[in-house]
Design a binder for this molecule. Structure first.
Ligand code: DOR
Length: 440
């Protein structure tokens, strides 16, 4: 028995497909996409007036295991993903201890297998203990199944060490996903540097702290030939650097996060710690540059930087509060409302930025893929994994922190009323979420 997703609008940017059709998944893989597929004892998921897309992939998520399970776990974080419409999540290695040991990678994959069923791709630390001093055992990590390497939240400051890391990653057919921040210049800043930080009397982080490292990492990409994914681009100059580097043919991808395309640093007014995040919410001009980058394809992916923190880590002075916000359950409504319904990008572009393009970040050159990365992810081609996100473009969605599946409820979008949401999440033909309710 398979799963028949019936009467939907099937949208697969990888094939340029946008047509009314049924979609059948058998034995965990796409078996047919055509009109009028017979029911024949299959489980039926009605998709009338809905859009049937490749399963969404979030390349930037913090699931906090090991070590900070009070904020999130593989189990709770993957439930949040399923609730938000994500079939795949990529978890960052800035855990405690860092994900710099192959045994940890296997343990996390076991936990994901025992959880709701969202596919987990583990990112390995570039440096031992995320300390930025010596490289992690990248070869062993790669053998254990890490999909990409990252220094997220603890960016490697030494250009020489980063060069070596990128040379190793390239040799292993892995890309690197980099948080671009000059820590010395960012200093002990807590929000964007500008009129709002002056008004609030808070220490600022200038755009240049990001721009300098984006430029450096682009040059190291040129030097090493290593695939580079730039995490959470937030400034106009960074968008410009990425645009130019891509025009020169460098193997670069980049992401924009919903908070950077929906909010400015004014969200910090009133010392609102829910809006404290790194890179910080920027000026209106920077936000517009992120929107322009999404619109012209400079920013290929939409990713959440889902960063759960406990109540006591946010319910405190702005200076003391942790940086980050949960994103898995607000990303799709914010994308549909703020980007698609407002005409910034087409629906097909939004779907590509949530499926086709993040799949390419994971699959890369297709060589020596880790066990968990099927080369067919991110499409609805026959034979591809049966991972599907169904969208309801008009469903009213109010952000209510208490209703989030994530163990942490930190969000600056509380009370926002948005139009559009994921209506179902399917992985390997299993329905994990339907009409906002988790099923497994
Ligand atoms: O705001 C952030 N929170 N930015 C990061 O880079 C890391 C993340 C976290 O781990 O909390």
């Amino acid at each position: 028995m398979g799963l028949l997703i019936r009467n939907g609008r099937v949208l697969d940017p990888a094939q340029g497909l946008d047509a009314a059709a049924d979609l059948l998944i058998v034995d965990g893989r796409i078996a047919a996409v055509e009109r009028g597929i017979a029911e024949q004892g299959h489980r039926v998921l009605e998709a009338t007036d809905r859009v049937v897309c490749p399963g969404f992939i979030d390349v930037h998520v913090h699931l906090r295991e090991p070590g900070q399970e009070y904020k999130e776990t593989i189990a709770t974080g993957t439930r949040a993903a399923a609730a938000g419409g994500f079939a795949h999540v990529c978890c960052m290695p800035n855990t405690d201890p860092a994900i710099d040991d192959p045994a940890v990678v296997s343990r996390l994959q076991e936990k994901a297998a025992a959880a709701i069923g969202v596919r987990l791709h583990v990112l390995g630390a570039l440096s031992k203990g995320n300390a930025g001093r010596e490289l992690a055992e990248m070869g062993r990590l790669s053998d254990s199944g890490v999909a990409l390497f990252s220094d997220d939240a603890f960016p490697i400051q030494s250009s020489r060490l980063m060069r070596h890391a990128m040379e190793y990653a390239r040799g292993l057919h892995r890309g690197v996903a980099l948080h671009c921040e000059d820590k010395d210049l960012a200093g002990d800043g807590v929000m964007n540097e500008g009129p709002v930080s002056t008004l609030l009397g808070l220490r600022g982080i200038p755009d240049a702290a990001e721009d300098i490292m984006v430029a450096r990492n682009i040059e190291l990409c040129r030097l090493t030939g290593c695939r580079l994914h730039i995490l959470h681009v937030s400034t106009r100059a960074s968008v410009d650097f990425v645009r130019r580097a891509k025009a020169q043919g460098l193997p670069i991808t980049a992401e924009g996060c919903p908070h950077h395309f929906c909010l400015t640093d004014e969200a910090c007014l009133g010392y609102n710690t829910q809006a404290k995040v790194n890179p910080p919410l920027r000026s209106r001009d920077d936000m517009n540059a992120v929107l322009e980058g999404l619109a012209d394809g400079t920013l290929d992916c939409i990713a959440t930087d889902h960063a759960p923190h406990a109540i006591q880590e946010k319910d405190c002075e702005f200076d003391q509060a942790m940086m980050g916000l949960t994103g898995l359950e607000t990303c799709v409504p914010l994308t549909l409302d703020r980007l698609v319904h407002s005409g910034v990008i087409s629906l097909a572009d939004a779907v590509a930025k949530l499926s086709t393009h993040p799949a390419r970040v994971l699959v890369g050159d297709g060589h020596a893929l880790p066990a968990g990365v099927d080369p067919g992810i991110g499409t609805l081609r026959i034979g591809a994994p049966g991972d599907v996100t169904v969208l309801d473009l008009d469903r009213p969605h109010e952000v209510v922190p208490e209703r989030l599946q994530s163990r942490s409820k930190n969000t600056p979008f509380s009370g926002w009323k948005l139009r559009g949401a994921a209506a179902a999440t399917v992985v390997a033909g299993r329905v994990l979420m339907e009409d906002g309710e988790l099923i497994a």
